[in-house]
Design a protein around this ligand. Structure first.
Ligand SMILES: Nc1ncnc2c1ncn2[C@@H]1O[C@H](COP(=O)(O)OP(=O)(O)OP(=O)(O)O)[C@@H](O)[C@H]1O
Length: 348
């Protein structure tokens, strides 16, 4: 049995389904991410685990123990909220010590535990500061220390980086990951940011409209998406409706792609932009098409080319190295090649 297990969990608000049919098993010490667009039910599931909400159907287990209806404070679950929810009238020390004082732990233990976690999150010396005297990143660290100090079995992080600027977000991302590994604490991280999910997670659950679409490692989800939604949500992809027969995928424009064996079925073709190669002269071979460059976008280390082939738009990404630089202008003709193994067929 996993460290945290959800079976058939459903939650409705006034009859509207926020999440349903949720079956998840999260392993001990795992960094597990809930990924999905706004409103797909991520926070609702987190709140069900924390005990701030009760499911209409289904059960939640922490280890062997069922916690579906247990009060939040008895669950051994720590949560960091999106807006941190710190107490503005308390100092940094008092905020972090709060949970331990509620548990009526002896003063000496409170002082040493708070000191240990303040050091761990890099806040030593900030004990007497007010919350309003802290930067966003420092507030984030207080929230993290406050939820860790009671040594919960599971740490829930609800979009903890969304209020930070891009550089601080990268820094905190690394810090959270390293803290999680050091403590070995089972962690659920909620985000709608695919980069965060891909870089941090041992496994990811992708949600859409209250349903879990797929669970897997970042590489599994990226390389073998279960459907078009997962393919599109985890990384950029070229997605086309297709009629598949006799080892060929016929796209709407009359383009026919030769598929890798064995012969599979599917309603959509997905091709990652980095799997498409471009050339100024015809390299020959199957799945090579003449197209027109519509647009080039330079992004520093890599370049994105938008290419029209028989009215279909393809996006191709290549490294901005000397060998890859094409030196083409919008309107120029070029050749676009899609290797068979770069094609994924998807059902829905
Ligand atoms: N307390 C509530 N009362 C009524 N409806 C709610 C409540 N909480 C959430 N919902 C609805 O449930 C659905 C799922 O919301 P939830 O907050 O879980 O999504 P989310 O994926 O976390 O979104 P976001 O990324 O924007 O936080 C949404 O349609 C939302 O409007």
């Amino acid at each position: 049995m996993g460290a945290l297990v959800l079976t058939g969990v459903e939650k409705k608000f006034d009859g509207a389904v926020a999440c349903s049919g949720i079956d998840l098993a999260i392993d001990e010490g795992e960094f597990f991410t809930f990924l999905g667009p706004s409103g797909c039910g991520k926070t609702t599931i987190l709140r069900l685990i924390a005990g701030f909400l009760t499911p209409g159907k289904g059960s939640i287990y922490l280890g062997e123990r069922e916690i579906t209806h247990l009060e939040a404070e008895k669950r051994g679950v720590g949560m960091v909220f999106q807006n941190y929810a710190l107490f503005p009238f308390l100092t940094v020390y008092e905020n972090i010590a709060y949970g331990l004082k509620l548990q009526k732990r002896p003063g000496r233990e409170v002082r040493s535990t708070v000191g240990r976690y303040m050091e761990m999150v890099g806040l030593s010396g900030f004990e007497k500061r007010g919350i309003s005297e802290l930067s966003g990143g420092e507030q984030q660290r207080v929230a993290l220390a406050r939820s860790l100090v009671t040594e919960p079995r599971v740490l829930l992080l609800d979009e903890p980086l969304s209020n930070l600027d891009a550089r601080l977000r990268d820094k905190m991302r690394l810090e959270i990951k390293s803290l999680q590994k050091t403590l070995g604490i089972t962690t659920i991280f909620v985000t709608h940011d695919q980069t965060e999910a891909l870089t941090l997670s041992d496994r990811i659950a992708v949600f859409d409209k209250g349903r879990c679409e797929q669970v897997g490692t970042p590489q599994e989800l990226y390389s073998h998406p279960a459907n078009a939604f997962v393919a599109g949500f985890l990384g950029d992809t070229n997605l086309f409706e297709a009629a598949v027969e006799h080892g060929m995928a016929h796209l709407s424009s009359g383009i026919a792609l030769r598929l890798p064996p064995p012969c599979k079925r599917g309603r959509f073709v997905s091709v990652r932009p980095q799997d498409i190669s471009l050339a100024m002269t015809d390299p020959g071979g199957p799945n090579t098409f003449k197209g027109t460059l519509e647009e080039t976008q330079m992004n520093g280390a890599w370049v994105e080319h938008v290419v029209a082939v028989k009215g279909l738009i393809f996006r191709a990404i290549s490294l901005n190295t000397m060998e890859h630089r094409l030196g083409l202008n919008p309107g120029d003709d070029l050749f676009l090649s899609i290797p068979e193994r770069g094609i994924t067929l998807l059902d829905r």
